[in-house]
Design a protein around this ligand. Sequence first.
Ligand SMILES: O=CCCC(=O)C(=O)O
Length: 537
Amino acid sequence: MTLTGHSLIAGRTVAGNGKTTTGFNPATNEALEPAYTLVTEEQLTTATRAAADAFASFSTLDPDTHAAFLESIADNIEAIGEELITRAGQETGLPAARLQGERARTTGQLRLFAAVVRQGDHRGVRIDPAIPDRAPLPRADIRQRQVPLGPVAVFGASNFPLAFSTAGGDTASALAAGCPVVFKAHNAHPGTSELVGHAVTKAVKDHGLHPGVFSLIYGPGSSIGQALVADPAIKAVGFTGSQSAGIALMRTAANRPEPIPVYAEMSSLNPVFVFDGALSGDAASIDALAAAYVTAVTGSSGQLCTSPGLLFAPAGEAGDKLAAAVGRAVAACAGQTMLTEGIAGSWNTGTEALSGAAGVELIGQGTPGPTKNAPAPAIFGTQVRDFVSNEVLHQEIFGAASLVIRYTGTEDLIEAASRIEGQLTASLHLTEQDYATAAPLIPVLEQKVGRIIVNGWPTGVEVGHAMVHGGPFPATSDSRTTSVGTLAIHRFLRPVAYQNLPQELLPASLQDENPWHLNRRIDGNVLPAEEKAGARA
Ligand SMILES: O=CCCC(=O)C(=O)O
């Protein structure tokens, strides 16, 4: 399709009255057509008002229409075809195979949320039936359900132009919750955003929904983002990006006359702890471990929030062999194009600071890639004592870089783990012989991370019901939830209790007849939908 270069506000293409921006091909630093017009704050309010207008009808949609809408977005994204992969590749430098996988993840995620909407457990129905003859006081009939918060502002992330962007996890979970979305496109992939924005807009239209259910806006960097979060119509925020931008949005949201929740996923070092048992095999097994680590560090040019930025390896001969194998493996890697010139510049600054830090040495470095913005992947080494005493060694370097830290015993590991800030993940590589040594680390890590992995790598997050892609600050702004997986829907819901309402005034989800066949918690007992006939309610 011909890209318009404009925002999509409540079903209409709207030329921004502000300046323009373009995407750039990071492999060449050349601008990509078309230029995108940026909306003013006044134009932004057209989108937020429309979202507010859409809320009443969208938040009360019946489950089948609601689920079919999400499935249509997935179908429409697939119908774009190769054009989407080509454009996303031009705008991000990411290889086609990675983008094809990301598209499948995006559409799979939308379909998973459609299944959640049909199944209905997220509505959280709880019924405490009246007990009129209870002494000394009767109990009223009290029923609870989860209701959507209202319009949600979603910010696209640069590193996942599909799965964390226009119709990515935040948008999918907000729409599944019944919240209209005002999406602020990431200016590094405007064309990709527009293609997906049309797919969402078409689904809104085809299902006869209020057009304000979805808007896609292009705006000037942080200022329009701040205005969006400050807008009184917006009731929650989903964000994935840098710590500084996430914290700025958190401050704006907290300082509003009506503060709102911000679900920001920001930075993570994703420490990996290697125990002796994992190095007790032959040289080939140590090489394989080193190669897998280097793959996790360098995949997608290291631009994953799950990329392992720290690896703790034991002091001694086996750890020396691992470090040497890591050096060889990274030396064989060529740099891949990074997302933007700015991100490549920050990678250079970060690795320069790390290599200049006391007690840090270079373990190995690859070669620069053939394109622009493709620096040579690098892995550094240090000791636990230097790590715990120098904040520079705790800074995330977004891109293909990592730090191997040598330790001498479990106390070292526990001290290091206690000193790190909140993280998305921690990974343990071990065998049965290490269980006793590793056990004391687990409770420390539970306080620090959202996901603990054994004999695996943090990259490639599974989108499912049990996944947690979150963690204590500064990994995220709210450790109680996740931005990947179906639990994410709860970020955009809140409970309401209904006391003594007659059946005629109750929402369908709470009526005795249970017309939506929901599982219910009745008097504290979970009652599957099939057994509803026997319920007291
Ligand atoms: O960049 C953040 C998300 C990382 C992820 O989803 C993955 O590694 O699959």
